[in-house]
Design a protein around this ligand. Structure first.
Ligand code: AMP
Length: 287
């Protein structure tokens, strides 16, 4: 295991110079976009990237345009030095940590309009501007870095679908890959926002995963996918989540590829978002 600290670059020109050097040496480059406050979930993405590419660039940028004014942008956890330590252990070569001015130059006036998976009626309902902000920043990261591939967590399943669609639609030339969700021992999906949970809410949080597991086995039981069985599993799942004191945004069963209604033969995905205390948790699993 290497423990060399990654090189930190803060401008597009410096990033491109680094990447050009790697390209000149014929090396493949993977990008792992993050907002920092890194945990084992992020580290697993970097490991997946290392398995695919000689050089891994990790971006750390808390993107203001994907937060609503009521959300946690200013108090989002920022742990840059600890992040660098974790990335040194896993062997990421470059950390790209631009300032807001680099990403949004004076007069910035361009945005990406999304339909399809970005309008699936899931996180887009509670966070109507979120995916526009994500798509804009990811498109910029892709064009700034020019990686061969980029790795995103299945933890943010709708985001992964949006980015995949965008990369194809805009010919961004980046192979978008998903990587599995890393969980705590009790099943809670790791998230930088878990630090907000009170001890009491932390104890309740694994319920979301448990409910999805129960719903997935209820849907699978009996073989062929039937709408009535899906509806029944969703109704009892929603009831269990609400009864435990969560404020439920959604629990849905969707086609895994485009996040539309379940189709026969299409892999299915369960997706949930719920608030407990002041914290909003999201998670999903395959059926
Ligand atoms: P974030 O810093 O929360 O924007 O996440 C950066 C990347 O890490 C995204 O692609 C996330 O989907 C991914 N990620 C976040 N949590 C996890 C997790 N528990 N397991 C795997 N990937 C994750």
């Amino acid at each position: 295991m290497t423990s060399t600290m990654p090189v930190v670059v803060r401008t597009v020109a410096d990033l491109r110079a680094r990447v050009a050097g790697y390209r000149a040496a014929g090396e493949r480059i993977a990008l792992v976009p993050t907002m920092g406050a890194l945990h084992a979930g992020h580290v697993s993405l970097v490991e997946a990237a290392k398995a695919e590419a000689a050089r891994v660039v990790v971006s750390i940028f808390v993107n203001p345009t994907q937060f609503a004014p009521t959300e946690d942008f200013s108090k989002y956890p920022r742990t840059f030095e600890a992040d660098l330590e974790k990335l040194s252990e896993v062997g990421a070569e470059v950390v790209y940590a631009p300032t807001v001015d680099v990403m949004y130059p004076q007069g910035f006036a361009t945005s990406i309009t999304l339909t399809g998976p970005a309008a699936a009626g899931l996180d887009d309902i509670a966070r109507p501007h979120h995916f526009g902000g994500v798509a804009t920043i990811v498109a910029k990261l892709f064009t700034q870095c020019g990686p061969d591939l980029a790795i995103f967590g299945e933890k943010d399943f709708q985001q992964l679908a949006v980015v995949r669609r965008m990369a194809v639609d805009l010919d961004l030339g980046v192979d978008v890959r998903g990587a599995p969700t890393i969980r705590e021992a009790d099943g809670l999906a790791m998230s930088s926002r878990n630090v907000y949970l009170s001890a009491e809410d932390r104890a309740k949080a694994p319920l979301l995963h448990q409910v999805m597991q129960a719903a997935a086995s209820a849907i699978r039981a009996g073989g062929a996918i039937e709408t009535a069985r899906i509806d029944g599993a969703m109704a009892s799942g929603r009831q269990a989540i609400t009864a435990a004191g969560f404020s439920l945004d959604y629990l849905e069963c969707r086609a895994a590829d485009d996040l539309g209604a379940p189709r026969s033969g299409a892999p299915l995905r369960l997706l949930v978002a719920a608030r407990i205390g002041a914290t909003r948790l999201i998670d999903n699993i395959a059926v």
